[in-house]
Design a protein around this ligand. Structure first.
Ligand code: GN1
Ligand code: MG
Length: 373
């Protein structure tokens, strides 16, 4: 493996000689490696899972379009932009940002942002605030990027109808043992089904503007400095056209809890209103994002819907014998699904308080008050 990684790395224009690689395994789809070199600079090498991303060239094209746009914005407003750093992709020796090896695998390489770290779960409200700033400013800075410049790499990615179609199909074909172990949670998904289409319906009504969205705003996709300042949003694989709710809702799923995404012990899964308020202050109050009334109105419920959709996808994959997400043990996808559905319950319990917080932060923003965390 090490030899393969070294050979692929050498196909890119990078400074320094390869000295070693370590897998970074926080992602569930693509394989990612941290590469070290004799000159001290490090790189992140990514193998794109082309069973999932059928057009890897489009994925890389989106990454380049967005990161070049962000870099331009940062250069124009060095003082005002919250994003401190932007991903920088390296060209292959053939001049493209994407390299295809003899085995048909697709790779891309980017600079590692030095002195940075990620969190797999949220440690405190300062990180929740900073994560809100990072994901909110990603949307603020891409507000003037024409969504038509971005390719639709995973059609209907956040479509609830599609996810239920896939779920129903999986239930029909699932092996008996898995069906049995998942019985309770399948019932839970079916109970919630009618109310989960609200976001899709309001998008279809056309009151919510389409913009460039990140679409995978979990806490581990923000990069922080050692002293807890958000530096950059990473993992641009799923950047597509979307609505603010995709990013806001999915971010709440992991940022407003101190539990791991796959926490198996339900009693350890919390929902923190304190983190939620900090996150909202960062996302709406500090980021420079512009939201219309319909967008604001849908924010709290989007947390419930987006957390549910991820849970439904884990459950579907469990019923399909784990063909999509990487798993580390037998029931991993089932545990992940339960953990998301527990969060859905907790969000439901806190929905009124969440609406109040969003309303308060929006009105403070209108009155020109900044974040007060
Ligand atoms: C997957 O591969 P990764 O970990 O960045 C998934 C997201 C899910 C996420 C849940 C292309 O993201 O949609 O929200 O797992 N990505 C894809 O952790 O399906
Ligand atoms: Mg991702």
């Amino acid at each position: 493996m090490d030899r393969e990684i070294k050979e692929v790395f050498q196909q890119f224009e990078a400074a320094g000689e390869y000295t070693g690689s370590t897998p970074i395994d926080s992602g569930h789809i693509n394989a990612t490696y941290l590469i070290s070199t004799d000159l001290g600079a490090s790189y992140v090498l990514q193998k794109i899972n082309h069973a999932v991303f059928k057009r890897p060239a489009d994925v890389v094209s989106n990454k380049i379009t967005v990161s070049k746009h962000l870099q331009r914005k940062l250069d124009e407003n060095p003082g005002s932009a919250i994003t401190k750093r932007v991903l920088n992709f390296c060209r292959s020796r053939e001049g493209d940002y994407l390299y295809q090896d003899a085995g048909g695998n697709y790779w891309n390489l980017m600079d590692f942002i030095e002195n940075s770290r990620v969190y797999l779960k949220t440690p405190d409200r300062g990180i929740a605030l900073e994560a809100g700033r990072a994901f909110g400013s990603f949307l603020a800075l891409t507000e003037d990027l024409d969504p038509a410049a971005i390719k639709e790499t995973l059609p209907r990615f956040h479509s609830m109808s599609l996810r239920f179609e896939q779920f129903d199909e999986a239930v029909a074909k699932a092996p008996d043992d898995r069906l049995q172990r998942a019985q309770q949670i399948i019932e839970c998904a079916n109970r919630l089904r009618p109310e989960m289409h609200v976001l899709e319906a309001s998008v279809a009504e056309g009151r919510i503007p389409l913009r460039v969205t990140h679409n995978d705003t979990k806490i581990s996709n923000a990069l922080f400095s050692e002293d807890g300042i958000a530096l950059c949003v990473i993992d641009l694989d799923t950047v597509m056209r979307g609505v603010v709710h995709y990013d806001f809702g999915d971010a709440v799923r992991t940022i407003c809890s101190s539990a791991d995404e796959d926490e198996p012990d339900e009693s350890k899964i919390d929902f923190s209103l304190e983190y939620f308020e900090a996150f909202v202050r960062g996302f709406i109050g500090d980021s420079g994002i512009n939201l219309n009334e319909a967008e604001i109105e849908g924010l709290p419920i989007s947390a419930k819907v987006m957390t549910f959709i991820v849970g439904l996808r884990f459950l579907t994959d469990y019923l399909n014998n784990d063909i999509y997400f990487d798993t580390r043990y037998d029931d991993h996808n089932l545990v992940r699904a339960r953990s998301q559905f527990r969060r859905v319950e907790l969000i439901e319990e806190n929905l009124d308080a969440m609406k109040e917080i969003v309303g308060r932060v929006v009105s403070e923003k209108e009155r020109g008050m900044g974040s007060r965390v």
